[in-house]
Design a protein around this ligand. Structure first.
Ligand code: CP
Length: 320
């Protein structure tokens, strides 16, 4: 592949290859001197048309730790505000001869549209309700490390029951995780109020629940998602209090899951709505901070692997 647009484009061995590549960067990032020069002389442009804390910063840190020149384009301060189209923006970025472009955009498919217009690898940092592939990869890496710490086999998630609960309808994280976790062998249960569950999602092989207690029964992992009110139009929007009552992860509710069930959340969290602080901050169960840590390593791996061909190094397809 030249680009990383979605988990849907990846074979299982390619997902495992990216996770394995990221391991070296996890190790590097834990050392006092955290730099390599594999991307020295390359320019990475982060073009973000939607807000971000984790993804933007971790792509920037990832590029810099590998020696690249990293430039951030925030749409709110760009000529997009003067009416420039997405395609003209893409052509402009291309003319600057970036070596990789990282895009976040509110429209599903925007990343592919840009990839079709530029000459360098494009990495999807979240496009509308479509995919957020590096999020799913970092989630898999965080889960792998958490299981390993417990002495469990973790290269593959066969036998694991993973609940993804929240606003599935609007969630690119849910879609990418469903594809990634299933590719790695896990059984995925999706849980949401009926109005926030995509019609026909069962066809993707997930078990669908509207009762969170039933979904949690015996689960090994609970991955919580926030309500994406900024994407809602016309749907029934439950009040925060009502939503918490039915779908909030409380310590009491977590008892329905397996004894040591892990808790995940991609962030940003709305504490007291989809997850209680008591659960989010559980030292032995919550791996939310570890997910953020793994985000840097995964993005280092993605930037390294996707720019290899341009650097004259064996490319992704060749190595995988
Ligand atoms: N998980 C995630 O994508 O977070 P940001 O929106 O802060 O990048």
């Amino acid at each position: 592949h030249r680009d990383l647009i979605g988990i849907g484009q990846l074979e299982r061995h390619e997902i495992l290859f990216l996770l394995d590549e990221a391991e070296q960067w996890v190790a590097l990032n834990r050392q006092p001197t955290k730099h390599e020069n594999v991307l020295s002389g390359l320019t990475v442009i982060n073009a973000f048309f939607e807000n971000s804390t984790r993804t933007l910063l971790s792509f920037e840190i990832a590029g810099k730790r590998l020696g690249a020149d990293v430039v951030n384009m925030h749409a709110a301060q760009s000529s997009v505000k003067k009416g420039e189209t997405l395609i003209d923006t893409a052509i402009t970025l291309n003319a600057m001869r970036a070596d990789a472009i990282v895009i976040r955009h509110g429209s599903s498919g925007a990343t592919q549209l840009i990839a079709d217009k530029v000459d360098c690898p494009v990495l999807n940092a979240g496009d509308g309700q479509h995919e957020h592939p590096t999020q799913a990869l970092l989630d898999a890496l965080a889960l792998r490390h958490a299981l390993r710490d417990r002495g469990e086999t973790a290269d593959d998630f066969t036998g694991l029951k993973i609940v993804i609960c929240g606003d599935i309808l609007h969630s690119r994280v849910a879609r990418s995780n469903l594809l990634c976790l299933q590719a790695l062998g896990a059984s995925v249960r999706l849980c949401a109020p009926p109005a926030l569950m995509p019609v026909g999602i069962e066809a993707m092989g997930a078990e669908v629940f509207h009762d969170f207690d039933a979904a949690l029964d015996g689960a090994d992992v609970a991955m919580m998602l926030r309500l994406q009110t900024e994407r809602m139009s016309g749907q029934f929007i439950p009040s925060a209090r009502e939503y918490h009552h039915l779908y909030g992860l409380t310590a009491k509710r977590l008892e329905k899951a397996s004894k040591d069930a892990l808790v995940m959340h991609p962030g940003p969290m709305n504490r007291g709505v989809e997850i209680d602080s008591e659960v989010a901050d559980m030292i032995d169960r919550s791996i939310i901070t570890r997910q953020v840590e793994m985000g840097v390593a995964i993005r280092m791996a993605a930037l390294d692997v996707l720019t290899r061909r341009a650097r004259g190094v064996t490319g992704w397809g060749d190595a995988a």
